[in-house]
Design a protein around this ligand. Structure first.
Ligand code: AMP
Ligand code: TRP
Length: 324
């Protein structure tokens, strides 16, 4: 399979991103041709993104991804704007995209509602996403549930192009991340996210004391009453524990919880210990990679490989549509 996926360079990578997406990206590297893209053009649609932060966030995210196990020997890791063919294909695909379809995109409608100034980039965002994928003739795209609509649109765009200009693009299929949906520790009714502020996520590279504080103050409940279901906050702590601790440990805590003998303080302390143990090698690798200072070279080499594929496809597209 040829896999393509993208992630925006916004701030820091958190546990939700890791367990919900990146861990699967790493696993997919075995036996597939993987292309992973830091989508800075997409991030520009975010009104609050300032230039200095954009530059910093791209490199920082690249270091995080490598530390998590994205291997530039196995996969192509690159920054979107280093391959300008993305924007060229975006324009061409825009001309086979239904305006009506774009007005029906849930993410666009949601974001447009939230802000006063709605830039056109936000409206065109799903076309650029389709261009990202189709530019590499990728057939599989690991994404979270919220991106399924965009992927469905990518397939419609591919179909429409193929119909008008002859079969070229595969219709990209989603690989729905089987990863868990991690909730905010401070408000377990919402997903862990950067958008709600620092209390609502745990960064992979975050300071230990700060992680400890967030886990210790995680919302739980007043204890399980007979016949009652686990509250969302406690379920979220168990979910995280399952991801980082051995099965026996989790089982033991579950038994105690059922018997009404679980002290949440113990659950939190244990979660903290196993989480830090789990993250230690990632954090260590991140430090080493940062010290080496080779991230720009790695991204430049990735862009070079991406451009080689992109250029072939764009050449064919230009031919098909009559631009050359
Ligand atoms: P975002 O930065 O929110 O666009 O997320 C980047 C990737 O991480 C997407 O593939 C999301 O599906 C995934 N992701 C974000 N937050 C969570 C979460 N709380 N739980 C699981 N996956 C998440
Ligand atoms: N829109 C995706 C997100 O917010 C990021 C993205 C951009 C993407 N281009 C892509 C994901 C291509 C998959 C394939 O998560």
């Amino acid at each position: 399979m040829r896999i393509f996926s993208g992630i925006q360079p916004t701030g820091v990578l958190h546990l939700g991103n890791y367990f919900g997406a990146i861990k699967q990206w790493v696993e997919l590297q075995e036996g597939n041709e993987c292309i992973y893209c830091i989508v800075d053009y997409h991030a520009l649609t975010n009104e609050s993104m300032v230039p200095e932060e954009m530059r910093r966030a791209k490199e920082s995210l690249a270091l995080d991804l490598l530390a998590c196990g994205i291997d530039p020997e196995k996969s192509i890791l690159f920054v979107q704007s280093d391959v300008p063919q993305h924007t060229e294909l975006c324009w061409i695909l825009g001309c086979v995209t239904s305006y009506g379809d774009l007005t029906r995109m849930t993410q666009f409608k949601q974001k447009a509602k939230e802000q006063e100034f709605v830039n056109a980039g936000l409206f065109y965002y799903p076309v650029l996403q389709a261009a990202d994928i189709l530019l590499y003739l990728a057939d599989h795209v690991p994404v979270g549930e919220d991106q399924l609509q965009h992927l469905e649109l990518s397939r419609r765009i591919a179909r429409r192009f193929n119909y008008r200009f002859g079969e070229l693009f595969p219709e990209p299929q989603p690989i729905l991340s089987k990863g868990a949906r991690i909730m905010s520790l401070a408000d377990p009714s919402r997903k862990m996210s950067k958008s709600y502020g620092p209390d609502h996520y745990i960064g992979l590279m975050e300071d230990e004391k700060s992680i400890y504080k967030k886990i210790r103050s995680a919302v739980t409940d007043m204890g399980l009453q007979p016949g009652q279901e686990m509250s969302p906050g406690v379920a979220n702590l168990f979910l995280l524990l399952e991801l980082v601790a051995p099965a026996e440990v989790v089982e033991d805590f579950r038994e105690k919880h059922k018997a009404g003998k679980l002290l949440y303080k113990d659950l939190k302390e244990t979660l903290y210990r196993y989480l830090m143990e789990y993250l230690a090698p990632i954090r260590e690798r991140r430090r080493e990679l940062e010290e080496k200072g080779e991230i720009r070279e790695i991204l430049a080499a990735g862009a070079e490989r991406a451009r080689r594929i992109a250029w072939e496809v764009i050449r064919e597209v230009r031919e098909r549509v009559g631009l050359s």
